[in-house]
Write a protein that binds this ligand. Structure first.
Ligand SMILES: Cc1cc2nc3c(=O)[nH]c(=O)nc-3n(C[C@H](O)[C@H](O)[C@H](O)COP(=O)(O)OP(=O)(O)OC[C@H]3O[C@@H](n4cnc5c(N)ncnc54)[C@H](O)[C@@H]3O)c2cc1C
Ligand SMILES: Cc1cc2nc3c(=O)[nH]c(=O)nc-3n(C[C@H](O)[C@H](O)[C@H](O)COP(=O)(O)O)c2cc1C
Length: 485
């Protein structure tokens, strides 16, 4: 414990030094920029996608994104590309926090610009993590520069109680700060294409006035690849043959007619988006690596209180048959990509969250990367011991050092003195706190995949083991990677 306290102190000191250095560089960069640019044109941003400073000399439009899983960012990038292709179109792309921190409040006399915010809502109605600092700062700005007209496209999901809450909060704040709107707030439910296309047309007509040329190819979407469902297995079938009330399925897809290189291009942590007939989109974690020869998903079949099947999961698990063709759009999710193979990795998942973890385990096994610890939670050992044959092989190969499978509705012989009752993944972190601390000291990255409430409970336990400063540092160092839904 003493060792851990010392490491903790070192980590905090390193973190503060890193922060001070980054801040100094940031100030220095801004100073250089403000010296080199005419005062009337000082609003500029750091282009995060390329980590380079870009000038706003000719920009007539800023596209600002706040994104947790990458969808808002992807839309912003597509819009930016569309505008760049226009004859007179100059647009800048930047993240929300960078935009706010480089906002020049004294630029009233500068040339007019349109600022297009594309923001999603994360957590329980919260801004995406990348926008927290910017949002805090923006709330202290009560008078919006008059030369900047704005509009907000808010991404969200009506299944969450606080639908598009961050978009609404941003819209309200801009309104109360006196911003002029080029379009009313538009809320998009589960990436509904018709809403996005309609917004895109309304935006085009507004921007055309400013740009003096027509904009007609905004936000073209990448062509999804056609895949064939080759395999579907009900993973938690019970012996009575009666449908389990939370059926979980393993699906395997092979590309239909594309050259395999193009189709087989993803990393552990990446996602697929599946477009439904009503124009909405459902996202699933890819549960395999390309080298396995197929794209796997692990899908929980969900039902509404009236017993009706969930639109996406019902379609995948009941409505299509083996052999069916389906459009899958692979989406990169850098936030959940693998870290260094030589460092230890702790994988935590519950239920269908095993999907994202399985791809990582396959990847580390492929590269003979040991030092893996798996904590997996489900309801019943008897029915929900999914993929245990695969993890047994990993254990035998010495690649899986610790494996904990915990069950919230245990059989009598599951109860031990240490874990007497229902057990959840976060309980393992508590019981094995010294080991968690040791693994973190050895440079481990923690991967968490599955439901939001599981993710929150796990983060609480990590905080209890490390303290909040170290937890913040671990997040900053990208050593806590989440794919939560
Ligand atoms: C990054 C990410 C990764 C994901 N990875 C996975 C994964 O690997 N595996 C997986 O299984 N899921 C995953 N999901 C969740 C997935 O995208 C879907 O949300 C899930 O399959 C439910 O979609 P659905 O269309 O079946 O349900 P929907 O039709 O969207 O219904 C969603 C919820 O509403 C309720 N509902 C449905 N109909 C009604 C009704 N008539 N009245 C009231 N309530 C109703 C349902 O109970 C359900 O809980 C992921 C999500 C994200 C964001
Ligand atoms: C963990 C999590 C929490 C979410 N919370 C909300 C919410 O409170 N309100 C909402 O409208 N949408 C919520 N969403 C839905 C997202 O806003 C929506 O899927 C959006 O398209 C994601 O965009 P992004 O990938 O840019 O973050 C949540 C999604 C996730 C994965």
């Amino acid at each position: 414990m003493h060792d851990f306290a010392v490491t903790h102190a070192i980590l905090v000191t390193l973190g503060l030094t890193w922060f001070a250095f980054t801040w100094w560089q940031y100030r220095r960069m801004n100073h250089v920029r403000s010296v080199n640019q005419p005062s009337s044109n000082r609003l500029s941003v750091i282009d995060t996608s390329h980590h380079s400073v870009i000038s706003n000399n000719a920009a007539a439009c800023s596209i600002v994104y706040a994104s947790e899983g990458g969808q808002a960012q992807q839309l912003a990038e597509q819009l930016h590309c569309g505008l760049q292709q226009q004859k007179d179109g100059f647009s800048r792309l930047c993240s929300f926090t960078e935009f706010v921190f480089t906002l020049d409040l004294a630029s009233e006399d500068s040339a007019h610009q349109d600022v297009i915010f594309i923001v999603s809502t994360a957590g329980d109605g919260a801004p995406p993590a990348m926008a927290h600092a910017g949002w805090q700062r923006l709330q202290t700005i009560t008078s919006w520069p008059r030369n900047l007209s704005v509009c907000v496209l808010a991404l969200g999901d009506r299944n969450y109680p606080k639908f598009c809450a961050f978009g609404h909060a941003l819209q309200n704040h801009l309104h109360h700060s006196g911003a002029e709107f080029i379009l009313p707030l538009t809320c998009v439910d589960k990436l509904q294409q018709s809403t996005i296309i309609d917004w895109q047309w309304r935006l085009s007509s507004k921007l055309s006035q400013n740009f003096g040329s027509s904009i007609n190819r905004l936000m073209e979407t990448a062509t999804p690849c056609l895949w064939r469902l080759t395999h579907r297995q009900w993973l938690n079938e019970n012996d009575s043959g009666v449908m389990h009330n939370r059926p979980l399925f393993h699906l395997g897809f092979k590309p239909l007619d594309r050259p395999s290189d193009q189709a087989f291009d993803w990393s552990p942590g990446d996602l697929v988006d599946i477009g439904l007939n009503d124009g909405s989109v459902r996202t699933y974690s890819i549960a395999s690596i390309p080298e396995s020869g197929q794209l796997d998903l692990i899908v929980r079949q969900v039902r509404g209180p009236d017993g009706s099947l969930g639109a996406g999961s019902g379609w995948l698990t009941e409505r299509i048959d083996a052999g069916s063709q389906i459009d899958l759009k692979i989406r990169r999710n850098i936030a959940f990509h693998p870290s260094e193979l030589e460092k230890p990795a702790i994988f935590i998942a519950a239920g269908s969250g095993y999907a994202g973890i399985r791809a990582h385990l396959q990847y580390r096994a492929q590269h003979s990367a040991g030092q893996n610890w798996l904590i997996f939670g489900e309801r019943s050992r008897r029915f929900d011991s999914i993929f245990s044959n695969e993890t047994r092989v990993l254990r035998e190969q010495g690649l899986l050092v610790h494996e904990h499978r915990v069950f919230s509705r245990p059989d009598a012989n599951d109860c031990t003195e240490l874990l007497p009752h229902s057990c959840y993944v976060q309980d393992i972190l508590k019981t094995h706190r010294p080991r968690l601390q040791q693994w973190l000291m050895a440079g481990a990255t923690i991967y968490i995949c599955g439901g939001q409430s599981m993710g929150a409970a796990v983060l609480e336990q990590i905080k209890a083991a490390t303290g909040s400063a170290t937890l913040a540092l671990l997040k900053q160092q990208n050593r806590i990677r989440c794919e939560l839904y």
